[in-house]
Design a protein around this ligand. Structure first.
Ligand SMILES: Nc1ncnc2c1ncn2[C@@H]1O[C@H](COP(=O)(O)OP(=O)(O)OP(=O)(O)O)[C@@H](O)[C@H]1O
Ligand SMILES: Nc1nc2c(ncn2[C@@H]2O[C@H](COP(=O)(O)O)[C@@H](O)[C@H]2O)c(=O)[nH]1
Length: 202
C-alpha cells in the first residue's frame, strides 16, 4: 500500500500521522508492529528505551535501546523522552523524542507501541496523535498468548495479567479498536489508519 502525501495545513509544514498502539500484555502489539515493519517499510516505528534486561534474541537498538537506570535518568532529565513510564511495576520504558520529530517532519507515518500510561501522556502532549487500542479476541486467548510466549515467570505473568485487566477497561479512551484475531489482518487495519489523511479522524 502506498501512503498518500502528508496533508499540508496553513499553519506549518507537512506533518504525517502519529499513531499510538496500546493494549494489554501479550495481545500482540509487538507482533503486529513487526508485520507492519516487514510489509510497509515506509512506516517508521519508534525504538523505545528500557531498563529491562534483553530477552534471548532481542537486539540492542532494534527491539529496544537497553539502557542502565542512570542512562534512563539522564534521558529524562535532559527532556529527551516524549513519554515514559514504569510498566508492570518492574522496569522503565520511554519513547526518545528526537527520532519521532524527525520521522514526522520527513513525512513518514510514525508508530509508537507503548503502554496505557504512555498513551495517556501522548494524548496530553500530542492530542493530534491517533490512539489505537489493540484488543484480544477473548481473555482466555490473551492468557494463552502470554503463556505461549514463554518469556515470563509465573510471578511475572500474574503481575502482567493484573495490569492487563486495568488496560482492557481503558478501551473507551481510544479513538479506534482493532481486535487482533489474525496478525496480518490487524497489521493491514493499522496501516490503513496510519496512511489516511492525518487531518481526518476516523
Ligand atoms: N493474532 C495472533 N494470533 C495468535 N498468536 C498471536 C497473535 N498475535 C500475537 N500472537 C502471539 O502472542 C504472543 C504475544 O505477542 P507479543 O509479544 O507481540 O505481544 P505484546 O502485546 O507486544 O506483549 P507485551 O506488551 O507483553 O510486550 C506471541 O507469542 C505472539 O506470537
Ligand atoms: N510507556 C511506554 N511503554 C512502553 C514503551 N515501550 C514498550 N512499552 C510497553 O511496555 C510493555 C512491556 O513490554 P515488554 O517488551 O517488556 O513485554 C508493553 O506493554 C509495551 O507496550 C515505551 O516507550 N513507553
Amino acid at each position: 500500500m502506498t501512503p498518500p502525501a502528508p496533508s499540508r495545513t496553513t499553519d506549518g509544514p507537512a506533518r504525517s500521522r502519529l499513531v499510538v498502539l496500546a493494549g494489554p500484555t501479550a495481545v500482540g502489539k509487538g507482533t503486529v508492529a513487526a508485520a507492519v515493519r516487514d510489509q510497509h517499510p515506509d512506516v517508521w516505528i519508534s525504538v523505545s528505551a528500557t531498563t529491562r534486561k534483553p530477552r534471548p534474541g532481542e537486539v540492542d537498538g532494534v527491539h529496544y535501546h537497553f539502557v542502565t537506570e542512570a542512562e534512563f535518568d539522564r534521558l529524562v532529565d535532559a527532556g529527551d523522552m516524549l513519554e515514559w513510564a514504569v510498566v508492570h511495576k518492574v522496569a522503565r520504558y520511554g519513547t526518545p523524542r528526537g527520532p519521532v520529530d524527525e520521522a514526522l517532519s520527513a513525512g513518514r507515518p510514525a508508530l509508537l507501541e507503548i503502554d496505557l500510561q504512555g498513551a495517556r501522556q501522548v494524548r496530553d502532549s500530542m492530542p493530534e496523535a491517533l490512539q489505537v487500542f489493540l484488543k484480544p479476541p477473548s481473555w482466555e486467548e490473551l492468557v494463552r498468548r502470554l503463556v505461549g510466549r514463554g518469556t515470563e515467570t509465573e510471578e511475572e505473568r500474574e503481575r502482567r495479567l493484573a495490569t492487563a485487566r486495568d488496560e482492557l477497561a481503558a478501551e473507551p479512551e481510544f479513538d479506534v479498536t482493532i481486535v487482533n484475531h489474525e496478525v496480518h489482518e490487524a497489521a493491514d487495519e493499522l496501516v490503513t489508519l496510519m496512511t489516511a489523511d492525518p487531518q481526518v479522524r476516523p
